[in-house]
Design a protein around this ligand. Structure first.
Ligand SMILES: [Zn+2]
Length: 262
């Protein structure tokens, strides 16, 4: 029962009793008005301090950190989203980082992206950008395309719905090998190529984390994507790497459900 579950989640939580009552009343009102229990599921409760990482679910929860300055902490997954008008104010061409390929990313990552591309090049495993910032509208088109090709259920695992994509943050890059314009997803496993392996082993040192590693779909909610990296800055990336956790769990535990002011 959706109503019972939502009610149970609200009662006894940290937020005020008035909010609890109004939230339950809203759920009941929406359900009564629509005559459908499914309507209650579109407005789930926001995460509370100490909540364990939820199982993968497709919801529309506004993520906690939506300010552009809070970019390191912004968690997006199949539940958590930003709004359609979230457009980072400092998007610049990836060319500013002296890396091949095209697209835009937030200026906050340019220095580290330049250093990483140079290091990969020195190692003989040059990388390039296949895809970077995507607007809400771009992501909607990408998702529709996946649905057309593979059906809705498969698309959910392969592509984020609009508002849920790290690409909308301007902090995610799909990398490819510099030596070939072949898409990284057209390899059996891009992480087994020179550049893909170099990235897997070294990207964290430059502030980039592979968001959806192999064998972790139950935690990440997406299929393995060895080409997709999210920039969180060097200090945070080192902490994520040391934790051994996937980025979704790390952000959830350290920021999304951290107590206020911690
Ligand atoms: Zn991607």
């Amino acid at each position: 029962m959706v109503i019972g579950r939502v009610e149970g989640r609200q009662i006894g939580r940290h937020r005020g009793q008035a909010l609890v009552i109004s939230a339950v009343a809203l759920v009941l009102a929406v359900s009564a008005a629509s005559g459908s229990l499914a309507a209650a599921a579109v407005q789930p409760a926001n995460p509370q301090p100490g909540d364990p990482l939820p199982a993968c679910a497709y919801r529309q929860v506004t993520t906690r950190y939506t300010a552009y300055g809070d970019w390191k902490m912004t968690l997006l997954d199949s539940r958590e989203r930003v709004s359609s008008d979230y457009v980072p104010p400092d998007l610049v061409s990836v060319g500013q980082a002296d890396i091949a390929g095209s697209g835009r990313v937030r200026a906050v990552m340019i220095d580290d992206l330049r250093a990483m591309a140079a290091a990969a090049r020195r190692a003989g495993d040059g990388i390039a950008v296949r895809s970077a910032y995507r607007s809400y509208a771009d992501q909607a088109a990408v998702f529709r395309s996946w649905v057309r090709q593979h059906g809705y259920a498969a698309a959910l695992l392969e592509s984020a719905r609009p508002g849920h994509s790290e690409h909308q943050l301007g902090l995610a890059i799909d990398f490819r090998s510099a030596s070939s314009s072949r898409a990284p997803w057209d390899y059996p496993d891009w992480a087994r190529t020179g550049p893909g392996r170099w990235m897997k082993n070294n990207a964290w040192q430059y502030g980039f984390i592979m968001s959806y590693p192999k064998g972790k779909t139950a935690s990440t909610c997406y299929e393995y994507e060895p080409w997709h990296y999210r920039y969180v800055g060097r200090a945070e990336a080192a902490a994520v790497h040391a934790s051994g956790e996937v980025l979704r769990r790390y952000l959830w535990d350290h920021f999304e459900t951290a107590p206020e002011g911690s």
